[in-house]
Design a protein around this ligand. Structure first.
Ligand code: ADP
Ligand code: MG
Length: 527
């Protein structure tokens, strides 16, 4: 892998700052190749699979060339669907967060056109639109093309499949010839090349070439998870498989920091590694990981590049990698020297297609697995402990301990089975003191002995305090009497629960619904 940085592109400092804030650590392969060429002013045809960062590949050079003092329309992005138009606009807004004076507007069918016209009159430099709606505005002369310097066709193959060919040609014809024309597509069928030939000048074809990739023979699984459930699923897998050392990959630095915080909060020994850290910090983290003081290392691709640890038993792709090659690099960190290794992939929504591509290009099989339930976690833990127990009974001298048990059984009205059960509960970490009474929720503004929780649902959603009480009592089995003050506002609610139940309430309620709505629940900030 060639190392490239965003700094090398000679970008505006404000743009670079936004990229850093978004947590992008390095350009993805298509970005590394396309950005410099687009910045030179050349036309390109870019081809890369989904999820490889194509939006920023054209978004970064596009935003770089916008003249903020000029309030005319300067760039148009055509997108096949309104959802995509909105997504692109969102990514552009993040990228231009610090570049004051850039106005971006998505325009698509189904939205009130007079509203769009009003927004356009306010001086919009970048429009992201579906072809039909762009045509509509052209007819009404509400989109003026004279100053357009760049036009991007995103998901061009998709637009052609949807029958937008004529519209696209009309739009391209209406934009001045001196413009730059950028075309992105996941596939390169004939009609795309025709458009390129007709509307581009000496365009350069930029592809992320696929190398033959060989994946080490390790077990690979995937789990379909909602984004907000990733942390919970990760902890369950960590509990079930109990890998000696695990490596967890996130795509952004921000992702690494947030996940490490969360895992620490859940009581895991996790450390993060990313490109923003000083060498000294990285050395410290690696030392803790090597000597087992931390058994989970959360890292970005860049940061993980240099590390060389042999007994990593599990690799988690918390975020799927931006490139197939990264996948191979990532999972190559486990199963070394003939050891058993496992790779776990989290897949969210459409990412399933990316996974399919990875399997195809890496010629490997990634097996679907159901998300383990809390019950699975408990039974795995129990089984493990009981196996250890059987082994101890066979191999170790337990006489002294037997004496203690006998004494208790003789003195009190309990059986040895009662004792065994209680010890088992202790051993899997569900004993009373192992309960989360000591968990630090910070200052939540609750009465003594209570923790105040924030729930993102309120009166406006048609909820009543009784629903919150009922849901918590019902889902967690905690008696309703124990639940304290409930303060309900329009869009959120505060509820106090006993400190020793707070962690359980949060864990259980995170996956629960109140009045059919998924909720977010967390310790409140102090009043
Ligand atoms: P594509 O258009 O190729 O399907 P997107 O542009 O939608 O892919 O990008 C997929 C995701 O990757 C987005 O969440 C985006 O913010 C993120 N992303 C893009 N570039 C980078 C990068 N260099 N590092 C980390 N994440 C990135
Ligand atoms: Mg895209």
């Amino acid at each position: 892998m060639e190392i490239k940085t965003f700094e090398e592109f000679d970008l505006d400092a404000k743009l670079l700052r936004a990229i850093t804030e978004m947590g992008f650590e390095q350009p993805s392969p298509i970005q590394a190749k396309a950005i410099p060429v687009i910045l030179e002013g050349k036309d390109i045809v870019g081809q890369a699979q989904t999820g490889t960062g194509k939006t920023a590949a054209f978004g970064i050079p596009l935003l770089q060339m916008i003249d903020t003092k000029n309030k005319n329309l300067q760039a148009i992005v055509l997108s096949p669907t309104r959802e995509l138009a909105i997504q692109i606009a969102e990514e552009f807004r993040k990228l231009s967060k610090f570049s004051h004076g850039i106005k971006i507007l998505p325009i698509y069918g189904g939205q009130d056109i007079t509203k769009q016209i009003r927004s356009l009159k306010g001086g919009v430099q970048v429009v992201i639109g579906t072809p039909g709606r762009v045509m509509d505005h052209m007819r009404r002369h509400t989109l003026k093309m004279e100053h357009v310097k760049m036009v991007v066709l995103d998901e061009a193959d998709e637009m052609l499949n949807m029958g937008f060919r004529e519209d696209i040609e009309t739009i391209l014809t209406a934009i001045p010839d001196e413009r730059q024309t950028i075309l992105f597509s996941a596939t390169m069928p004939r009609p795309i090349m025709d458009i390129a030939k007709k509307f581009q000048k000496n365009s350069e074809i930029i592809k992320v070439v696929k190398k033959e990739l060989t994946v080490p023979k390790i077990e690979q699984y995937y789990y379909e998870v909602k984004r907000r459930n990733k942390n919970e699923v990760l902890s369950r897998l960590l509990d079930i498989y109990a890998p000696k050392l695990s490596l967890v990959f996130c795509n952004t630095k921000k992702g690494v920091d947030e996940l490490v915080e969360d895992l620490k909060g859940r009581g895991y020994f996790a450390e993060g590694l990313h490109g923003d850290m000083k060498q000294q910090q990285r050395d410290r983290v690696m030392k803790r990981f090597r000597n087992g003081q931390a058994d989970i290392l959360v890292a970005t691709d860049v940061a993980a590049r240099g590390i060389d640890v042999d007994d990593v038993e599990a690799v988690f792709n918390y975020d799927l990698p931006q490139d197939d090659e990264y996948y191979v690099h990532r999972i190559g960190r486990t199963g070394r020297a003939g050891r058993n290794g496992k790779a776990f992939n989290f897949v969210f929504g459409k990412e399933i297609y990316k996974l399919r591509d990875i399997q195809r290009y890496c010629k490997t099989k990634i097996v679907a697995k159901p998300v383990p339930s809390v019950h699975d976690v408990t039974s795995t833990k129990i089984e493990k402990v009981l196996n250890q127990v059987t082994e101890m009974i066979e191999n170790e001298d337990l006489e002294t301990f037997i004496t203690y048990i006998e004494e208790r059984v003789n003195q009190e009205d309990i059986t040895s089975i009662d004792i065994a059960a209680a010890l088992l509960k202790l051993a899997i970490g569900q004993g009373e003191n192992a309960n989360d009474a000591t968990f630090d929720f910070g200052e939540t503004g609750a009465q003594d002995g209570m923790v105040r929780l924030f729930v993102n649902i309120g009166k406006k959603q048609g909820t009543r305090p009784g629903d919150i009480l009922g849901a918590i009592a019902g889902e967690t089995g905690i008696s309703g009497d124990l639940i304290g003050t409930i303060d309900m506002y329009d869009r959120y609610t505060f509820v106090e629960v006993p400190r020793e139940c707070a962690k359980q309430v949060i864990d259980v309620m995170k996956d629960a619904k109140i009045r059919g709505k998924s909720i977010n629940i967390e310790p409140a900030n102090s009043k």
